[in-house]
Design a protein around this ligand. Structure first.
Ligand code: TXA
Ligand code: MG
Length: 343
C-alpha cells in the first residue's frame, strides 16, 4: 500500500487534508492524524471493521481498549448514557485538551473499542486539525497512538512513517506534537477519580478540580505481582510499554562524577551509549550521543520521544537517562521513563 504524507502548513493544504482524511475515514480506512499529545492511528469509531483494523495494523492485543475522540458535548452525549457532575467539572476545566476521561459506556459504543469493558475512554483533543476532522466526519474517531504495539509513541509524521509506512494510506503531517507525551487517563467509574495513566495534566491540577483524585496504585497492572483483576481495570498499562529498542536506564549522577564509568556497570561501552540529560552535562566526547533536554517539564515532554527516536536510530548498546524531579508536574514523564527502562 502506498502511504501519502500530507502537510497542513497553510489553510489550503489544511482544507484539502481535512477532506481527504474524512473521505478515507468514511470509507473505513485507518489513517494517522496529528493530535496535541502524540500522533493517533484513527478510524471511524462507529465502523466495527475499521476499529478491528486498528488492532491488526498496530499488532495491539485485543485486551487493550482504545480512546474515543469527540468534538463537543453532543458527540460526548452519544458515547455515554449520561455523565456525572464530577465529569462535568473535569471537562469544563480541561477539555478540549490532553485529558482522557473513563466513563460507563453507551450501548452504541462497540465492545471492539472497549475490549469488552463496560466503560469507554473519551477525549476531546485540542489540535485544530483533529477537531475539524471529527466535526466534518460527524462521528467520533477511535485512535490509539500511531506506533506499533510496545514501541515509542510518535510525535512527528516522520516517526509515524518509520513505523507504519506501507500499512496505512495516509499520514497527515501537523509538525511536532505540542504536548509530546500521551494524555492523562482519569477513571471516573468508581467512588473517587483515579489517575490510570499520568500525563501533563498532573495530580495537583486534577486535585484543584476534585481533591479526592488519587493516583493509581503503583503495582496495579504493572509487570510481575500484578493481579489479573488489576490488569483488567487498567488494561494496556502493562509495564513493558513506551519503549525504545535499545535498553535504557534512568540514573542519578552529579557534576563531579565521571559518567563515562557508568555504562560498564550495564555491560555497555561508553562510546556506544547515548545520554539524555537536563541538568548535569557529561563530556560529549566520551559518548555516542549526548542530548540536553530543557529542564522544565513541558519542554522536556515535548522533546523526550524525539530524542529517544534519535538515539534509537544510532543503535546504541545503552541509553542512559538522567533522573527527573520527584514532583507532580514530572509524574507523566517519570512514568514514561520508568516504563521505557523496564522493558
Ligand atoms: O494522548 C493520547 O491519549 C493518545 C492520542 C492519540 O489521543 N492516545 C493514546 O492511546 O495514547 P493509547 O491507545 O496508546 O492509550 C490509551 C490508554 C491505554 O492505556 C488504555 O488501556 C486506556 O487508555 N484505556 C482505554 N479505554 C479504557 C477503559 N475503558 N478503561 C481503562 N483504561 C482505558
Ligand atoms: Mg499507545
Amino acid at each position: 500500500m502506498k502511504t501519502d504524507v500530507l502537510p497542513i502548513d497553510n489553510p489550503i493544504r489544511m482544507h484539502a487534508a481535512v477532506q481527504k482524511a474524512v473521505a478515507l475515514l468514511d470509507q473505513g480506512a485507518v489513517i494517522a492524524l496529528p493530535t496535541e499529545t502524540v500522533y493517533g492511528l484513527a478510524a471511524d469509531a462507529m465502523n466495527t471493521d475499521a476499529v478491528k483494523s486498528i488492532y491488526a495494523i498496530k499488532g495491539r492485543p485485543a485486551t487493550n481498549p482504545l480512546i474515543v475522540h469527540v468534538a463537543g458535548r453532543s458527540m460526548l452525549a452519544g458515547c455515554v448514557p449520561s455523565w456525572p457532575e464530577v465529569a462535568e467539572r473535569f471537562l469544563r476545566a480541561f477539555w478540549p485538551g490532553p485529558l482522557t476521561l473513563v466513563l460507563p459506556k453507551a450501548a452504541g459504543i462497540s465492545s471492539q473499542i472497549t475490549a469488552g469493558l463496560d466503560s469507554v475512554a473519551l477525549r476531546w483533543p485540542l489540535h485544530p486539525f483533529m477537531q475539524r476532522v471529527i466535526e466534518t466526519l460527524g462521528r467520533p474517531v477511535a485512535a490509539p497512538s500511531a506506533n506499533l504495539a510496545n514501541q515509542l509513541s510518535p510525535t512527528s509524521a516522520a516517526q509515524v512513517l518509520a513505523q507504519l509506512k506501507g500499512r496505512i494510506p495516509l499520514i497527515v503531517d501537523g509538525g511536532s506534537a505540542s504536548v509530546g507525551i500521551e494524555s492523562t487517563v482519569l477513571d471516573l467509574c468508581g467512588e473517587y477519580p483515579v489517575v490510570l495513566r499520568p500525563g501533563m495534566i498532573h495530580l495537583e491540577s486534577l486535585r484543584a478540580v476534585d481533591p479526592n483524585t488519587t493516583p493509581r496504585q503503583a503495582t496495579q497492572g504493572d509487570g510481575p505481582g500484578a493481579s489479573a483483576e488489576a490488569a483488567c481495570k487498567s488494561p494496556g498499562l502493562h509495564q513493558k510499554h513506551y519503549a525504545p529498542s535499545a535498553p535504557m536506564r534512568v540514573i542519578r549522577w552529579n557534576a563531579s562524577e565521571s559518567l563515562a564509568r557508568f555504562p560498564a556497570r550495564f555491560h555497555a561501552n561508553a562510546h556506544k551509549t547515548c545520554v539524555l540529560c537536563h541538568e548535569h552535562l557529561p563530556d560529549p566526547a566520551c559518548f555516542l550521543r549526548v542530548s540536553v533536554i530543557p529542564s522544565d517539564p513541558e519542554a522536556y515532554a515535548r522533546a523526550l520521544y524525539a530524542e529517544l527516536y534519535a538515539c534509537d536510530r544510532l543503535h546504541p548498546e545503552l541509553i542512559l537517562v538522567e533522573s527527573v524531579p520527584d514532583t507532580h508536574p514530572w509524574d507523566g514523564i517519570r512514568d514514561r521513563l520508568y516504563r521505557a527502562s523496564s522493558a
